[in-house]
Design a protein around this ligand. Sequence first.
Ligand SMILES: N[C@@H](CCC(=O)N[C@@H](CS)C(=O)NCC(=O)O)C(=O)O
Length: 474
Amino acid sequence: MAAGTLFTYPDNWRAFKAQIAAQYSGARLKVANNAPAFTFGQTNRTPAFLNNFPLGKVPAYQGDDGFCLFESNAIAHFLSNEALRGATPQAAAQVLQWVSFADAEIVPPASAWVFPTLGIMHFNKQATEQAKEETKKVLSVLNQHLNTRTFLVGERVSLADVSVACAMLWLYKQVLEPAFRQPYPNVTRWFTTCVNQPQFKAVLGEVKLCEKMAQFDAKKFAEMQPKKESAPAKKEKPAKENAKPQEKKKKEEKKAAPAADEDMDECEAALAAEPKSKDPFAHLPKSSFVMDECKRKYSNEDTLTVALPHFWENFDPEGYSIWYCEYKYPQELTQTFMSCNLISGMFQRLDRLRKNAFASVILFGTNNDSCISGIWVFRGQELVFPLSEDWQIDYESYSWRKLDPSSAECKTMVKEYLAWEGEFKHVDDLKSTSSSYATVSERLKSSRNIQLQLIIMTCIVRLHFRLQVAFNNL
Ligand SMILES: N[C@@H](CCC(=O)N[C@@H](CS)C(=O)NCC(=O)O)C(=O)O
């Protein structure tokens, strides 16, 4: 049985397909759709996310076993059971037919018609009229098909119903008023049957059918525009699903026009709806220390002969502070790969900190006998984690000690944690506070080459360059 996490933004009809499929199959699905687990427009642009999902788009699925999948239809298929996918080759092909029909025939006119009513797209009378006609055609096809059937494929709900119903959700909620839907009673009967199934209801809640066709709301549209400016700039706009040939041409002509004149698609609207994030370091005076440059040196050049000298030559003790951290619950650390996930998960959640922090965190030891500690360099003189709600998940599991950058202890620790080699005497000290470390520190002491020892017996996680994770898990 599949178990994993679905990354999305709230109320994403594409994600609903996967969520409903999971309701039917019993797949254990966690939904990460808000901070701190997932912030649309931020988390999906992090190196860690892009590493798994190169398009940075949602919904995106990651199994507890690490299996990654993007594209909502593929995710919904994966989370389905055999009955949903179609038990025979014919049924499975019919399911695929309707899933494709939803994407190719329903979504484009539905978007063109509904988006202006949500204030996320300019109103264009001709485009709306064309979308209405295309919607009528789709409704006719469905009405005819459902004349003798309860569901789209076979006698039970399948992924065909899930996909088509989700693609029609906004139509039914916003614009398919009773008079418009009256010629297509089979479709409305089928739609209400679907959305009233407990598995749909668990995801969609109560779906209230449109009573009066929503119209373009100029006020809402105007309100949405200033928010749009806060949406992170996109390198390239994805092709609009609703774009008609003449619309596309118009868009191209408008390329040079100010952003406020352009329409948003549903993704941009979701981005614009995200609360603006303030710079938590805005109150600090400028610093001469260029963190990025330092990280570049650390990543590309020899640590001991180039990166460390560069760090100490340029480090600004007024603008930055150096901290030592230790995981508070080493007795709970079991498998080293799980501890690595603990650390890399923390880095992932701290991604927005990457321009203002640098860390090297090491897991010492082996399965059921390990400890985690690290060195962090932050902007400012205080612990940074309380500055943002998004950063507060992990840090309390660590004890933190500010180091004096001019002290020999600090110099040694920075050197050892950045080079991943050295005596790590303080790890030995842990031994005196907890007998369970005897074996770890013994091994470290007896090793002629600590780095080799670490690589053989531990996993090492470093937070460097954009908090990217360097991961050795043996
Ligand atoms: N065909 C894809 C479409 C996914 C998609 O376009 N997702 C948008 C949200 S509506 C997205 O994540 N956009 C983020 C971006 O473009 O940066 C699917 O069905 O999953």
